[in-house]
Structure formats: C-alpha cells, structure tokens
Design a protein around this ligand. Structure first.
Ligand SMILES: CC(C)(COP(=O)(O)OP(=O)(O)OC[C@H]1O[C@@H](n2cnc3c(N)ncnc32)[C@H](O)[C@@H]1OP(=O)(O)O)[C@@H](O)C(=O)NCCC(=O)NCCS
Length: 157
C-alpha cells in the first residue's frame, strides 16, 4: 500500500511510539497488559513492529509477534492495533497480512486471542484466514476467542 510501511522496532524512540499506542488501547481494554520488562528483554519478547504513514512520518499502528517453540514451532500475534484516525481504510489488513503471510507461507501456524465481541478484530482475522478453535475466560471474566491460521500441516493447537 502506497505511503505506508512496516518497520521493526529497533530504536528507543520507536519503542516509545510503540508504547504510546499500546497504552492507549490497553486503557480501552482491547490489548492485554504486558509488564514493560517483557517488551524489553524477556525471552518471550518476540518482535515489535510499527506501521508508519511515510508521508507524515507518523506511527499509526503497532503489532507484536512472538515465536513459540512448544508444543511445536508456531507464531502468536499478541497485539495488532491502529490509531483510530486510520481505521477502516484497509490498513489493518495490510499490516496483518504483511506480518503473517510470509510466516504462513513458510509453513508456520499462527494463533491469536481476540476479546469476544471485538467485531472489527474478529472480522479482520477471519478475513485473513484465522478461525476460532476455542474460547477462554480469564480470571477477570474476560472472554476471548482463541483463533488459528493453520498452515495446512494438520498441527492445530
Ligand atoms: C482491529 C483493527 C486493527 C482493524 O483495523 P482496520 O484498519 O480498521 O481494518 P481494515 O480497514 O483493514 O478492515 C479489514 C477487515 O476488518 C473487518 N473490519 C474492520 N473494521 C470493522 C468494523 N468497524 N466492523 C466490522 N468489521 C470490521 C472487516 O472484515 C474488514 O474487511 P472489509 O473492509 O472487506 O469488510 C482496528 O479496528 C483496531 O486497531 N482496533 C483496536 C485494537 C484492537 O482491537 N486490536 C485487536 C486485538 S489486539
């Protein structure tokens, strides 16, 4: 998509921008709480990404992908969120596909967890190829759809 690019978080400033948007959506209850040290140095920290509006040199989206080794090798989309001003323009789909399609093509299953009733996110993940394989209720009573985009090797969680 012209004028938008996906950038891995590599500098302190990029991390600051990631955290700003992360905090915004966390306060709205759509992305889960994550202790800050995990984002910096936990073994499960995975990779953080920004979606940039290159014309305005502005960060407009964040994503967090974690590689999982057990019970087999697959990837988890932990977070995907865009600034409200940029919703419903096809950018969430562009961002998600840009991150998951290369992994899926390499044969990796992808999983994610979406707060049930978060229709924009559920529909986006379904459109890209994810389907619900389970639902969970957290200690705080939050119900989530557990979704998988299987790579076709028959290894569904
Ligand atoms: C989920 C989110 C990333 C979608 O991004 P987006 O850029 O608005 O989505 P797109 O414009 O790329 O739309 C792609 C598909 O998503 C679905 N979708 C997007 N917005 C929707 C809405 N308001 N209602 C229902 N479905 C919606 C549709 O299936 C759409 O495909 P279509 O246009 O062919 O109907 C965005 O709403 C967001 O940042 N939400 C807050 C954070 C969040 O909930 N993240 C997910 C959990 S971590």
């Amino acid at each position: 998509m012209k004028n938008y690019s996906i950038k891995k978080v590599e500098t302190k400033n990029e991390m600051k921008e990631f955290l700003k948007l992360f905090d915004y959506w966390h306060k709205k209850g759509l992305v889960g709480f994550v202790p800050i040290f995990i984002l910096y140095r936990h073994k499960d920290k995975g990779e953080l990404y920004l979606l940039k509006d290159t014309n305005k040199n502005k960060t407009i989206g964040i994503a967090w992908i974690i590689e999982r080794k057990r019970p087999y090798n697959f990837y988890q989309v932990k977070t995907l969120a865009l600034s409200p001003d940029y919703h419903a323009k096809g950018l969430g789909e562009y961002f998600l596909r840009g991150l998951v399609d290369p992994l899926h093509k390499q044969g990796f299953d992808l999983i994610t967890s979406v707060v049930s009733g978060n229709e924009p996110a559920m529909n986006l993940y379904r459109k890209v190829g994810f389907k619900t394989y389970d639902t969970k209720t957290s200690k705080k009573g939050v119900i989530t759809d557990e979704m998988v985009f299987p790579a076709g090797k028959g290894r569904v969680i």
